[in-house]
Design a protein around this ligand. Structure first.
Ligand SMILES: [Zn+2]
Length: 208
């Protein structure tokens, strides 16, 4: 017998978003994409015959500018003692709160390479990617967050402008009330379920 989906049929990757399907380009993002890349004419957000959601359309030649989410590739670096390394974010969104290292994937790297690069840049650790923990929608920011589990293979833990504080947390000591994003929250939940099922995460409060 099939279990009912915990995310209303949208898939597990929808646990981390409230944005409904079908709304099209959010206004904040449309505001930053103003001109047609093919001819330079202004774009207008409107319905188009044959398209199932509003589109950014060139006012001159009808060319559609499609907008897709970007991939954020992240790592949960795990120490030899089985602790998970998190950083206190130096920038908005989520400044002062805890998240894992990660960032926007470059067009010339694999997701694993992106997660390794960001981890080195942000907290000084060289990691080897070991496993996918999960994939999480954060449509509020038009991103999809990929979380890997990673083994620390070198480098030296350090703070950076992006990471005001860096700490390894034992599974039972994860700072849940100060987790920056729902994507981080669910990645930690999924990691615990796999590696430390005896540790039960708290119920998630609304928001972020
Ligand atoms: Zn155009």
């Amino acid at each position: 017998m099939t279990q009912p989906s915990p995310s209303g049929g949208r898939g597990l990757d929808a646990r981390s978003t409230d944005v409904p399907q079908g709304a099209g380009v959010p206004a904040w993002l449309a505001a930053s994409i103003t001109h047609c890349a093919s001819c330079g004419s202004p774009l207008e957000l409107r319905t188009v015959e044959g398209e199932e959601r509003p589109r950014l359309v060139c006012a001159d030649n009808g060319h559609i500018t499609y907008v897709n989410p970007r991939l954020v590739s992240t790592a949960l670096p795990i120490t030899d003692a089985g602790e998970v390394v998190l950083l206190r974010r130096g920038f908005e969104p989520g400044r002062g709160l805890w998240a894992q290292p990660g960032g926007f994937l470059e067009v010339d790297e694999t997701p694993s390479e992106g997660a390794m690069r960001e981890t080195l840049e942000e907290i000084g650790l060289e990691v080897a990617i070991s496993d996918i923990v999960g994939l999480y929608a954060r449509l509020e920011a038009a991103v999809i967050v990929l979380a890997y589990e990673a083994t620390i293979v070198g480098g030296e833990l350090r703070t950076t402008p992006e990471a005001l504080e860096v700490r390894a947390f034992a599974p039972a000591d994860i700072p849940w009330p100060e987790i920056a994003f729902r994507t981080t929250w669910w990645a930690l939940v999924d990691w615990l379920a796999r590696r430390h099922p005896e540790v039960r995460p708290p119920e998630r409060a609304a928001g972020r």
